[in-house]
Design a protein. Structure first.
Length: 220
């Protein structure tokens, strides 16, 4: 994983740009959680980089963005944000929270499947369960959208996109630090599944059906 940078919402928790390590002023549990993210072993199809985290969601935040790339084609992409509030958060029921956005483009007929939202949500919960991870206070949405082109764009075929937005509280282990590396790996399993790649995670169910017929790279 590439060297990463993250920061507190007030700037005091900035990562050192040269080595990508958490500043000494950041709480040890947050520093350990970020280092676990950086040390995660991911599938070769995953391209991942740090990205500026959102501000004002928590005292400390760190974010990465990733894409599933095969034959130089982006099949799915997403963003994962790690939030930390040392004082705890009533809604989280913990001191850490993971927030994600995942998206991929589909053929219109696949997007029309009435069971698609339930299936995509089950992929998220299943990816976590396959790695033995707890997802406390999980919530989210699955959205599908379609685009039709007219006028000067009428030659483009209709496009449909699926988007998963979710958040959950990872279980904290010894020292109050969750296994963020495993959560990142599970999240990448979800990215690969929504991209149409076969599952390879430990304990994964090889019988799970993936959505076929991905289109090209997602529009910016």
């Amino acid at each position: 994983m590439a060297a990463a940078q993250g920061q507190r919402s007030d700037g005091a928790g900035e990562m050192e740009s040269s080595e990508g390590k958490v500043a000494d002023s950041a709480p040890p549990p947050f520093r350990a959680a970020v280092e676990a993210l950086r040390g995660a072993r991911l599938r070769p199809e995953i391209e991942i980089d740090p990205t500026p985290p959102p501000k004002r969601l928590a005292p400390y935040a760190y974010a990465v963005e990733a894409a599933v790339v095969e034959d130089e084609e982006d099949l799915a992409d997403g963003r994962l944000v790690l939030l930390h509030d040392p004082a705890g958060h009533d809604a989280w029921k913990g001191t850490f929270r993971l927030v994600t956005l995942v998206r991929a483009e589909l053929e219109p007929e696949m997007a029309a499947d009435p069971l698609l939202p339930e299936v995509c949500w089950s992929w998220l919960t299943g990816a976590l369960q396959a790695r033995g991870l707890a997802a406390g206070e999980a919530s989210g949405t699955v959205t599908r959208a379609g685009s039709h082109y007219f006028g000067g764009l009428s030659e483009r075929p209709p496009a449909s996109q699926i988007e998963i937005r979710a958040s959950w509280t990872p279980r904290e282990a010894a020292g109050g630090v969750p296994d963020t590396g495993a959560h990142l790996a599970a999240w990448c399993d979800l990215l690969c599944q929504i991209a149409g790649l076969p599952p390879t995670s430990p304990g994964g169910d090889g019988s799970v059906v993936s959505l076929p017929q991905r289109r090209g790279p997602l529009s910016p």
